[in-house]
Design a protein around this ligand. Sequence first.
Ligand code: NAD
Length: 392
Amino acid sequence: MAKHVLILGAGYGGICAALETRKLLTADQARITLVNRYPFHQLVTELHLPAAGSADERHVRIPLDKLVGGKKIDVYVGEVKAIHPDQNEVEMADGARLGYDVLVVGLGSETEFFGIPGLAEHSFVLKSVDDARRIREHVHACLDEYAKTKDEAAATFVVGGAGLTGIELIGELADMMPAQCRARGIDPSAIRLYSVEAMPSILPGFPEDLIQRARTSLESRGVQFITGVAVTQMEPGAVHLKDGRVIPTRTMIWTGGVRGNAVVAASGLAVERRGRALVNEFLQSQSHPNVFVVGDSAVVMNGEGRPYPPTAQISWQMGVHAGRQIYALLKGAKMERFVPHMAGTLASLGRKDAIGMVGERKWHVKGKPAAWLKEASNIRYLSKIGGLFARA
Ligand code: NAD
Protein backbone atom coordinates (compact mmCIF):
# COMPACT_ATOMS: atom_id res chain seq x y z
CA MET A 1 0.00 0.00 0.00
CA ALA A 2 1.17 3.54 -0.75
CA LYS A 3 2.90 5.28 2.15
CA HIS A 4 1.76 8.80 2.95
CA VAL A 5 4.49 11.43 2.64
CA LEU A 6 3.28 14.67 4.21
CA ILE A 7 5.29 17.79 3.41
CA LEU A 8 4.80 20.92 5.52
CA GLY A 9 5.67 24.14 3.72
CA ALA A 10 6.02 24.85 0.01
CA GLY A 11 9.08 27.06 0.32
CA TYR A 12 12.40 26.23 -1.31
CA GLY A 13 12.88 23.06 0.76
CA GLY A 14 9.31 21.78 0.71
CA ILE A 15 8.65 22.23 -3.01
CA CYS A 16 11.92 20.52 -3.94
CA ALA A 17 11.22 17.66 -1.50
CA ALA A 18 7.78 17.14 -3.06
CA LEU A 19 9.06 17.19 -6.66
CA GLU A 20 12.03 14.91 -5.95
CA THR A 21 9.95 12.39 -3.97
CA ARG A 22 7.44 12.23 -6.80
CA LYS A 23 10.22 11.85 -9.37
CA LEU A 24 11.54 8.77 -7.54
CA LEU A 25 8.39 7.10 -6.21
CA THR A 26 5.22 6.24 -8.12
CA ALA A 27 1.74 7.05 -6.80
CA ASP A 28 1.41 3.34 -5.85
CA GLN A 29 4.48 3.65 -3.67
CA ALA A 30 3.85 7.07 -2.12
CA ARG A 31 0.92 9.39 -1.75
CA ILE A 32 2.26 12.93 -1.38
CA THR A 33 0.48 15.84 0.29
CA LEU A 34 2.02 19.31 0.22
CA VAL A 35 0.69 21.65 2.89
CA ASN A 36 1.15 25.40 2.58
CA ARG A 37 -0.30 28.57 4.09
CA TYR A 38 -0.71 30.10 0.63
CA PRO A 39 -1.73 28.52 -2.70
CA PHE A 40 1.59 29.70 -4.15
CA HIS A 41 5.34 29.26 -3.78
CA GLN A 42 7.12 32.50 -2.85
CA LEU A 43 10.52 33.54 -4.13
CA VAL A 44 11.51 34.92 -0.74
CA THR A 45 14.96 35.98 -1.96
CA GLU A 46 13.30 38.45 -4.34
CA LEU A 47 10.77 40.02 -1.96
CA HIS A 48 12.68 43.32 -1.83
CA LEU A 49 11.49 43.95 -5.41
CA PRO A 50 7.72 44.12 -4.76
CA ALA A 51 8.39 45.69 -1.34
CA ALA A 52 9.99 48.66 -3.09
CA GLY A 53 7.53 48.57 -5.97
CA SER A 54 10.15 47.82 -8.61
CA ALA A 55 8.52 44.51 -9.61
CA ASP A 56 5.01 43.23 -9.53
CA GLU A 57 4.02 40.71 -6.85
CA ARG A 58 3.47 38.17 -9.62
CA HIS A 59 7.24 38.19 -10.13
CA VAL A 60 7.76 36.48 -6.76
CA ARG A 61 4.64 34.30 -6.56
CA ILE A 62 4.22 30.98 -8.38
CA PRO A 63 0.86 29.19 -8.10
CA LEU A 64 1.37 25.73 -6.63
CA ASP A 65 -0.94 24.14 -9.18
CA LYS A 66 1.43 25.29 -11.92
CA LEU A 67 4.36 23.62 -10.15
CA VAL A 68 2.81 20.37 -8.98
CA GLY A 69 -0.40 20.13 -11.03
CA GLY A 70 -0.63 16.86 -12.98
CA LYS A 71 2.15 15.34 -10.86
CA LYS A 72 -0.09 13.46 -8.43
CA ILE A 73 0.84 15.70 -5.52
CA ASP A 74 -2.12 16.80 -3.39
CA VAL A 75 -2.05 20.39 -2.18
CA TYR A 76 -3.64 21.34 1.15
CA VAL A 77 -3.84 25.09 1.70
CA GLY A 78 -3.94 25.88 5.38
CA GLU A 79 -1.99 26.85 8.47
CA VAL A 80 -0.11 24.20 10.45
CA LYS A 81 -0.97 24.59 14.11
CA ALA A 82 1.01 21.78 15.73
CA ILE A 83 3.09 18.74 14.92
CA HIS A 84 2.61 15.63 17.06
CA PRO A 85 5.54 13.44 16.03
CA ASP A 86 4.82 10.75 18.62
CA GLN A 87 1.36 10.23 17.06
CA ASN A 88 2.53 10.71 13.41
CA GLU A 89 -0.02 13.46 13.12
CA VAL A 90 -0.19 17.14 12.16
CA GLU A 91 -2.87 19.45 13.50
CA MET A 92 -4.14 22.21 11.23
CA ALA A 93 -5.59 25.57 12.32
CA ASP A 94 -8.85 24.63 10.54
CA GLY A 95 -9.17 21.63 12.91
CA ALA A 96 -8.08 18.97 10.41
CA ARG A 97 -5.63 16.29 11.56
CA LEU A 98 -3.34 14.89 8.92
CA GLY A 99 -1.65 11.54 9.49
CA TYR A 100 1.58 10.45 7.83
CA ASP A 101 4.11 7.68 7.46
CA VAL A 102 6.92 10.08 6.59
CA LEU A 103 6.91 13.79 7.38
CA VAL A 104 9.00 16.56 5.83
CA VAL A 105 9.05 19.79 7.81
CA GLY A 106 9.99 22.84 5.74
CA LEU A 107 8.18 25.63 7.57
CA GLY A 108 10.99 28.18 7.27
CA SER A 109 12.11 30.66 9.91
CA GLU A 110 10.61 33.58 11.78
CA THR A 111 11.83 37.09 12.43
CA GLU A 112 13.97 37.46 15.56
CA PHE A 113 13.07 40.62 17.49
CA PHE A 114 15.51 39.92 20.38
CA GLY A 115 12.88 41.14 22.85
CA ILE A 116 13.50 44.77 21.81
CA PRO A 117 10.58 46.78 23.25
CA GLY A 118 7.95 47.84 20.72
CA LEU A 119 9.74 46.32 17.75
CA ALA A 120 7.42 43.41 16.99
CA GLU A 121 4.38 45.68 17.38
CA HIS A 122 5.59 48.71 15.43
CA SER A 123 7.84 47.47 12.66
CA PHE A 124 7.45 45.89 9.25
CA VAL A 125 9.17 42.63 8.33
CA LEU A 126 9.92 41.11 4.95
CA LYS A 127 9.10 37.40 5.05
CA SER A 128 6.21 37.04 2.60
CA VAL A 129 4.48 38.58 -0.41
CA ASP A 130 1.90 40.02 2.02
CA ASP A 131 4.70 41.68 4.02
CA ALA A 132 6.13 43.13 0.80
CA ARG A 133 2.73 44.57 -0.11
CA ARG A 134 2.33 46.09 3.37
CA ILE A 135 5.72 47.79 3.08
CA ARG A 136 5.05 49.15 -0.41
CA GLU A 137 1.62 50.50 0.46
CA HIS A 138 2.88 52.04 3.69
CA VAL A 139 5.86 53.74 2.02
CA HIS A 140 3.58 55.19 -0.66
CA ALA A 141 1.13 56.40 2.00
CA CYS A 142 3.99 58.08 3.90
CA LEU A 143 5.14 59.85 0.73
CA ASP A 144 1.57 61.00 0.08
CA GLU A 145 1.43 62.33 3.63
CA TYR A 146 4.78 64.11 3.32
CA ALA A 147 3.65 65.77 0.10
CA LYS A 148 0.74 67.27 2.02
CA THR A 149 2.16 67.96 5.49
CA LYS A 150 5.96 68.16 5.05
CA ASP A 151 6.21 66.17 8.29
CA GLU A 152 9.81 64.90 8.22
CA ALA A 153 8.94 61.67 10.06
CA ALA A 154 6.82 60.66 7.07
CA ALA A 155 9.82 61.09 4.76
CA THR A 156 12.18 59.12 7.03
CA PHE A 157 12.57 55.38 6.44
CA VAL A 158 14.67 53.17 8.69
CA VAL A 159 15.86 49.66 7.90
CA GLY A 160 17.03 47.91 11.08
CA GLY A 161 19.84 45.42 10.51
CA ALA A 162 22.30 45.58 7.62
CA GLY A 163 22.61 41.90 6.78
CA LEU A 164 21.79 40.74 3.27
CA THR A 165 18.03 41.21 3.64
CA GLY A 166 18.37 44.79 4.89
CA ILE A 167 20.97 45.77 2.30
CA GLU A 168 19.06 44.31 -0.66
CA LEU A 169 15.89 46.06 0.49
CA ILE A 170 17.44 49.47 1.08
CA GLY A 171 19.16 49.35 -2.32
CA GLU A 172 15.82 48.77 -3.97
CA LEU A 173 14.11 51.50 -1.91
CA ALA A 174 16.88 53.95 -2.81
CA ASP A 175 16.38 53.27 -6.51
CA MET A 176 12.62 53.62 -6.31
CA MET A 177 12.53 56.90 -4.35
CA PRO A 178 13.36 59.47 -7.08
CA ALA A 179 10.45 58.39 -9.32
CA GLN A 180 8.06 58.15 -6.37
CA CYS A 181 9.09 61.65 -5.24
CA ARG A 182 8.72 63.10 -8.74
CA ALA A 183 5.22 61.63 -9.01
CA ARG A 184 4.25 63.59 -5.87
CA GLY A 185 6.21 66.78 -6.47
CA ILE A 186 8.56 65.99 -3.55
CA ASP A 187 12.20 67.09 -3.61
CA PRO A 188 14.10 63.75 -3.40
CA SER A 189 16.67 65.34 -1.08
CA ALA A 190 13.92 65.54 1.59
CA ILE A 191 13.95 61.73 1.89
CA ARG A 192 15.96 60.17 4.75
CA LEU A 193 16.87 56.53 4.18
CA TYR A 194 18.72 55.06 7.19
CA SER A 195 20.36 51.66 7.54
CA VAL A 196 21.07 50.96 11.23
CA GLU A 197 23.46 48.13 12.10
CA ALA A 198 24.56 47.06 15.59
CA MET A 199 27.88 45.61 14.43
CA PRO A 200 30.81 47.89 13.55
CA SER A 201 30.18 47.44 9.83
CA ILE A 202 27.37 46.59 7.45
CA LEU A 203 27.23 43.05 6.05
CA PRO A 204 29.12 41.52 9.01
CA GLY A 205 31.36 38.69 7.89
CA PHE A 206 31.71 40.01 4.33
CA PRO A 207 35.16 40.85 2.93
CA GLU A 208 36.18 44.50 3.28
CA ASP A 209 36.28 45.31 -0.46
CA LEU A 210 32.69 44.15 -0.95
CA ILE A 211 31.51 46.03 2.14
CA GLN A 212 33.14 49.21 0.83
CA ARG A 213 31.59 48.69 -2.58
CA ALA A 214 28.14 48.27 -1.04
CA ARG A 215 28.56 51.36 1.16
CA THR A 216 29.81 53.62 -1.64
CA SER A 217 27.18 52.41 -4.07
CA LEU A 218 24.29 52.89 -1.63
CA GLU A 219 25.56 56.18 -0.19
CA SER A 220 25.75 57.60 -3.71
CA ARG A 221 22.00 56.99 -3.91
CA GLY A 222 21.21 58.69 -0.61
CA VAL A 223 21.42 55.87 1.95
CA GLN A 224 22.81 56.95 5.33
CA PHE A 225 24.51 54.27 7.41
CA ILE A 226 24.56 54.22 11.20
CA THR A 227 26.88 51.38 12.26
CA GLY A 228 28.02 50.09 15.63
CA VAL A 229 24.75 51.28 17.18
CA ALA A 230 21.89 48.93 18.06
CA VAL A 231 18.19 49.62 17.77
CA THR A 232 16.96 49.50 21.38
CA GLN A 233 13.31 50.52 21.22
CA MET A 234 10.56 51.28 18.77
CA GLU A 235 7.45 53.30 19.37
CA PRO A 236 4.87 54.68 16.93
CA GLY A 237 6.63 57.68 15.41
CA ALA A 238 10.20 57.08 16.62
CA VAL A 239 13.06 54.61 16.78
CA HIS A 240 15.49 54.71 19.70
CA LEU A 241 19.17 53.84 19.31
CA LYS A 242 21.66 52.63 21.89
CA ASP A 243 23.69 55.87 21.78
CA GLY A 244 20.61 57.84 22.88
CA ARG A 245 19.63 59.07 19.43
CA VAL A 246 15.94 59.14 18.62
CA ILE A 247 14.96 59.15 14.94
CA PRO A 248 11.43 60.39 14.29
CA THR A 249 9.96 58.03 11.68
CA ARG A 250 6.76 56.31 10.70
CA THR A 251 8.67 53.44 9.13
CA MET A 252 10.92 50.83 10.68
CA ILE A 253 11.52 47.79 8.52
CA TRP A 254 13.16 45.18 10.73
CA THR A 255 15.65 42.85 9.05
CA GLY A 256 17.69 42.13 12.18
CA GLY A 257 17.77 38.35 12.00
CA VAL A 258 15.86 35.10 12.00
CA ARG A 259 15.03 32.34 14.46
CA GLY A 260 13.51 28.88 14.19
CA ASN A 261 9.84 28.33 13.45
CA ALA A 262 7.64 28.42 16.57
CA VAL A 263 5.61 25.37 15.47
CA VAL A 264 8.82 23.34 15.13
CA ALA A 265 10.17 24.66 18.43
CA ALA A 266 7.02 23.48 20.23
CA SER A 267 6.66 20.20 18.36
CA GLY A 268 8.54 17.82 20.61
CA LEU A 269 11.09 17.22 17.83
CA ALA A 270 14.65 17.65 19.09
CA VAL A 271 15.56 21.35 18.68
CA GLU A 272 18.46 23.64 19.62
CA ARG A 273 18.08 26.80 21.73
CA ARG A 274 16.89 28.99 18.83
CA GLY A 275 14.09 26.55 18.00
CA ARG A 276 15.68 24.94 14.94
CA ALA A 277 15.35 21.17 14.58
CA LEU A 278 18.42 19.04 15.15
CA VAL A 279 18.94 16.63 12.26
CA ASN A 280 21.42 13.86 11.47
CA GLU A 281 23.62 13.72 8.36
CA PHE A 282 20.67 12.37 6.33
CA LEU A 283 18.42 15.30 7.46
CA GLN A 284 16.29 13.06 9.69
CA SER A 285 15.15 14.54 12.98
CA GLN A 286 17.53 13.38 15.71
CA SER A 287 14.52 12.34 17.79
CA HIS A 288 12.10 11.03 15.12
CA PRO A 289 13.66 9.20 12.14
CA ASN A 290 10.46 9.24 10.05
CA VAL A 291 10.63 13.07 10.11
CA PHE A 292 12.97 14.96 7.77
CA VAL A 293 13.54 18.66 8.37
CA VAL A 294 14.67 20.93 5.54
CA GLY A 295 15.53 24.60 5.03
CA ASP A 296 15.57 27.20 7.80
CA SER A 297 13.47 24.98 10.11
CA ALA A 298 16.59 22.83 10.68
CA VAL A 299 20.15 23.50 11.70
CA VAL A 300 22.79 21.57 9.76
CA MET A 301 26.43 21.56 10.77
CA ASN A 302 29.30 21.77 8.30
CA GLY A 303 32.50 19.71 8.61
CA GLU A 304 33.91 22.26 11.10
CA GLY A 305 30.94 21.97 13.47
CA ARG A 306 29.50 25.35 12.48
CA PRO A 307 25.94 25.73 11.18
CA TYR A 308 25.36 26.37 7.51
CA PRO A 309 23.65 29.76 6.94
CA PRO A 310 19.88 29.73 6.42
CA THR A 311 19.90 30.42 2.67
CA ALA A 312 17.68 29.51 -0.26
CA GLN A 313 20.41 27.58 -2.08
CA ILE A 314 20.94 25.29 0.92
CA SER A 315 17.18 24.96 1.52
CA TRP A 316 16.40 23.68 -1.95
CA GLN A 317 19.34 21.29 -1.90
CA MET A 318 18.05 19.97 1.45
CA GLY A 319 14.63 19.46 -0.13
CA VAL A 320 16.06 17.45 -3.02
CA HIS A 321 18.21 15.45 -0.61
CA ALA A 322 15.26 14.68 1.67
CA GLY A 323 13.30 13.42 -1.36
CA ARG A 324 16.14 11.02 -2.19
CA GLN A 325 16.42 9.81 1.42
CA ILE A 326 12.66 9.19 1.57
CA TYR A 327 13.08 6.96 -1.46
CA ALA A 328 15.93 5.12 0.31
CA LEU A 329 13.92 4.81 3.54
CA LEU A 330 10.85 3.38 1.82
CA LYS A 331 12.88 1.08 -0.43
CA GLY A 332 15.24 -0.10 2.34
CA ALA A 333 18.22 1.34 0.43
CA LYS A 334 21.31 3.02 1.89
CA MET A 335 20.91 6.66 2.86
CA GLU A 336 23.44 9.31 1.89
CA ARG A 337 25.00 12.16 3.82
CA PHE A 338 23.87 15.70 2.99
CA VAL A 339 26.76 17.69 1.56
CA PRO A 340 25.60 21.00 0.06
CA HIS A 341 27.24 22.51 -2.96
CA MET A 342 27.97 26.15 -2.12
CA ALA A 343 27.72 28.15 -5.34
CA GLY A 344 28.41 31.42 -3.49
CA THR A 345 26.55 34.46 -2.23
CA LEU A 346 25.16 37.20 -4.44
CA ALA A 347 23.43 40.32 -3.16
CA SER A 348 21.76 43.00 -5.20
CA LEU A 349 22.37 46.65 -4.37
CA GLY A 350 19.36 47.91 -6.27
CA ARG A 351 18.39 47.73 -9.93
CA LYS A 352 21.83 47.95 -11.49
CA ASP A 353 24.43 46.99 -8.95
CA ALA A 354 25.32 43.87 -6.96
CA ILE A 355 28.16 42.20 -5.10
CA GLY A 356 29.01 38.61 -4.41
CA MET A 357 31.43 35.78 -3.83
CA VAL A 358 31.20 32.90 -6.26
CA GLY A 359 32.68 29.44 -6.70
CA GLU A 360 34.85 27.34 -4.43
CA ARG A 361 37.46 30.07 -4.31
CA LYS A 362 34.90 32.74 -3.45
CA TRP A 363 35.86 35.07 -6.31
CA HIS A 364 34.67 38.58 -5.59
CA VAL A 365 32.28 39.97 -8.19
CA LYS A 366 30.86 43.49 -8.36
CA GLY A 367 28.53 45.52 -10.55
CA LYS A 368 26.82 44.19 -13.67
CA PRO A 369 28.54 40.76 -13.70
CA ALA A 370 27.32 40.16 -10.14
CA ALA A 371 23.79 41.31 -11.05
CA TRP A 372 23.78 38.98 -14.09
CA LEU A 373 25.03 36.06 -12.00
CA LYS A 374 22.26 36.69 -9.48
CA GLU A 375 19.66 36.69 -12.23
CA ALA A 376 21.22 33.52 -13.70
CA SER A 377 20.97 31.75 -10.34
CA ASN A 378 17.27 32.73 -10.11
CA ILE A 379 16.67 31.34 -13.61
CA ARG A 380 18.53 28.15 -12.75
CA TYR A 381 16.37 27.62 -9.67
CA LEU A 382 13.13 28.40 -11.52
CA SER A 383 13.95 26.02 -14.34
CA LYS A 384 14.80 23.33 -11.79
CA ILE A 385 11.33 23.50 -10.23
CA GLY A 386 9.57 24.01 -13.58
CA GLY A 387 8.59 27.55 -12.64
CA LEU A 388 10.34 29.61 -15.31
CA PHE A 389 7.14 30.57 -17.13
CA ALA A 390 4.73 29.88 -14.30
CA ARG A 391 4.80 33.09 -12.28
CA ALA A 392 1.31 34.31 -11.42
P1 NAD B 1 21.18 38.42 9.37
O1 NAD B 1 21.11 37.78 10.71
O2 NAD B 1 22.14 37.90 8.40
O3 NAD B 1 21.44 39.99 9.53
C1 NAD B 1 20.80 40.75 10.53
C2 NAD B 1 21.64 41.96 10.87
O4 NAD B 1 20.96 42.72 11.85
C3 NAD B 1 22.99 41.59 11.46
O5 NAD B 1 24.00 42.26 10.77
C4 NAD B 1 22.87 42.05 12.91
O6 NAD B 1 24.10 42.51 13.45
C5 NAD B 1 21.87 43.18 12.81
N1 NAD B 1 21.18 43.46 14.07
C6 NAD B 1 20.70 42.56 14.96
N2 NAD B 1 20.17 43.19 16.03
C7 NAD B 1 20.28 44.52 15.80
C8 NAD B 1 19.88 45.68 16.50
N3 NAD B 1 19.27 45.63 17.69
N4 NAD B 1 20.14 46.89 15.94
C9 NAD B 1 20.73 46.98 14.74
N5 NAD B 1 21.15 45.91 14.04
C10 NAD B 1 20.91 44.69 14.54
O7 NAD B 1 19.66 38.37 8.81
P2 NAD B 1 19.17 38.50 7.28
O8 NAD B 1 19.85 39.61 6.58
O9 NAD B 1 17.68 38.52 7.35
O10 NAD B 1 19.64 37.15 6.63
C11 NAD B 1 19.15 35.90 7.13
C12 NAD B 1 19.81 34.78 6.33
O11 NAD B 1 19.35 34.81 4.99
C13 NAD B 1 21.33 34.91 6.29
O12 NAD B 1 21.91 33.63 6.36
C14 NAD B 1 21.56 35.50 4.92
O13 NAD B 1 22.83 35.14 4.41
C15 NAD B 1 20.42 34.93 4.11
N6 NAD B 1 20.08 35.85 3.01
C16 NAD B 1 20.75 35.70 1.84
C17 NAD B 1 20.49 36.55 0.79
C18 NAD B 1 21.29 36.39 -0.48
O14 NAD B 1 22.03 35.41 -0.59
N7 NAD B 1 21.20 37.31 -1.42
C19 NAD B 1 19.54 37.57 0.92
C20 NAD B 1 18.85 37.69 2.12
C21 NAD B 1 19.13 36.83 3.18
